[in-house]
Design a protein. Structure first.
Length: 451
């Protein structure tokens, strides 16, 4: 649906009126929680500054909240609980900070189909319905911006879809969830268990009352889908992302990583995989990994985010900063808002969806990975040979083997070379069935240089 005649005429009047006294850009703000309240505050308190940046006054036309009476700090004349009416009113830009799939999807489609540009931080919605939203924006000529959906204040979406548009990105790997990074960093520094550290994170406000979306990897998976879609010009949804959380990571895993000069991180890993015949596919996964202390991501501690990008021309790039919080996320939202306002005043359009490559998403079982496996085995001759036979059976080669003897048992630590993940899983299962193996203590994927 194209913009209404009145709305199009209004925009035309603004452009022809000259820069001296342009009409305001009217903004509908949906949601006024931690991020939304900061957006509202800054737009109000720094109105002159935003007018100078955008080229016209940027004014709040309305703020949609569930219970207007719970927001005495906001201008009461702007508050409404009727989201549909606000979205359908005479506004130019809709800023959505409510989250979730529905009814946010319906609201944004309504706005985009009416020619109203959208700024959103809704990673879950974008990971599932970005193609639908992008198509609606294309038809009406509206903009769809979402820098705040991934890694908060860190400029990441814009570099991937604009700055690196002329390059060939081969890998995007990063820490994109602050809660899990805080927990794993604390486990590494203190030696505490996962449950103890999760409780501490909750007490300090780093973890939600229900931390499932964070610790089970759903949040990171949504962000990985967005990053992969941008990096590889391919539509990737959250359901395409292989996902494991950190609930199974124990103190023994963290200690095992330290023994080989590594640390444990929950990473979103998006890779362009090329087969021997030259065909390409995309691997997108979220899971705990051991990375060497020398890697750029290893030193990212606390609740910070960092994303590491590899491209043919640009080489290695690192993006680091605060990935959540009211002020950091509001910074990204307002940056998008200024860009969209400039586009509307100048008659331009922002970047469109780029999905021309259409690469297939590679199943996790076919994705090359490497494993760190820690075993308790019988301390007698021939044990290593039996274990090596299992690796050979599944065509998995060994990068390193370390053994420590203790009374009648021995600790055996194996790090593999790259092999299909399904072969590595089958290897671990078969090793666990050997009589000489007392316990499979720890299994975790590794990233970084060979051990």
């Amino acid at each position: 649906m194209a913009p209404s005649a009145d709305h199009a005429a209004d925009l035309g009047d603004r452009r022809s009126a000259g820069r001296a006294d342009p009409a305001p850009i009217r903004v509908a703000l949906l949601g006024c929680g931690t991020v939304g309240s900061e957006v509202a505050r800054l737009l109000t308190e720094e109105a002159d500054e935003f007018a100078a940046r955008a080229g016209a006054p940027v004014e709040l036309a309305g703020i949609a909240v569930r219970r207007p009476d719970k927001h005495p700090e906001l201008p009461q004349e702007l508050l409404t609980s009727d989201v549909e009416a606000l979205v359908s009113s005479d506004v130019d830009i809709v800023v959505e900070l409510v989250g979730g799939i529905e009814p946010a999807r319906t609201w944004l489609l309504t706005a985009l189909r009416a020619g109203k540009s959208v700024v959103t931080a809704n990673k879950a919605l974008l990971a599932e319905h970005s193609p639908e939203l992008s198509e609606a924006a294309d038809v009406s000529g509206a903009d769809l911006y979402y820098e705040a959906a991934v890694a908060g204040a860190i400029p990441l979406v814009r570099p991937l879809r604009e700055s690196l548009a002329g390059d060939r990105i081969t890998r995007v790997m990063g820490i994109v969830n602050g809660t899990t990074n805080y927990i794993l960093s604390a486990m590494d520094s203190t030696g505490a268990s996962y449950s103890e550290t999760l409780e501490e994170a909750s007490n300090l406000g780093y973890a939600e009352a229900d931390p499932t979306a964070d610790v089970d990897g759903y949040d990171a998976a949504s962000k990985a889908a967005i990053l992969a879609s941008l990096a590889f010009h391919t539509r990737v949804s959250a359901s395409d992302v292989y996902r494991e959380g950190i609930g199974s990571v124990g103190a023994a895993d963290v200690a095992a990583a330290k023994m080989i000069g590594r640390t444990v991180k929950l990473l979103a890993i998006c890779e362009r995989v090329t087969d021997p015949d030259g065909s390409e596919s995309v691997s997108v996964r979220v899971h705990p990994v051991m990375i060497p202390h020398s890697h750029q991501l290893a030193g990212v501690g606390g609740a910070f985010n960092a994303v590491y990008v590899e491209a043919d021309g640009a080489g290695e790039l690192m993006f680091f900063g605060q990935g959540a919080g009211g002020a950091p996320t509001a910074s990204a939202v307002l940056g998008d808002l200024v860009d969209v306002a400039r586009n509307r005043l100048g008659g331009g359009r922002g970047p469109r969806e780029s999905a021309h490559a259409g690469l297939p998403v590679r199943p996790m079982g076919d994705t090359p990975t490497r494993y760190h496996i820690s075993l308790q085995v019988a301390d007698r001759p021939g044990v290593l040979a039996q274990i090596a036979q299992v690796f050979a059976k599944h065509d998995v080669s060994l990068a390193s083997v370390r053994q420590r003897d203790k009374h009648s048992t021995a600790s055996l630590v194996v790090v593999t070379h790259a092999a299909p993940d399904s072969a590595l899983r089958a290897t671990v299962d078969d090793i666990g069935e050997l009589d000489v193996v007392h316990e499979v203590v720890s299994v975790m994927r590794v990233e970084g240089e060979d051990s």
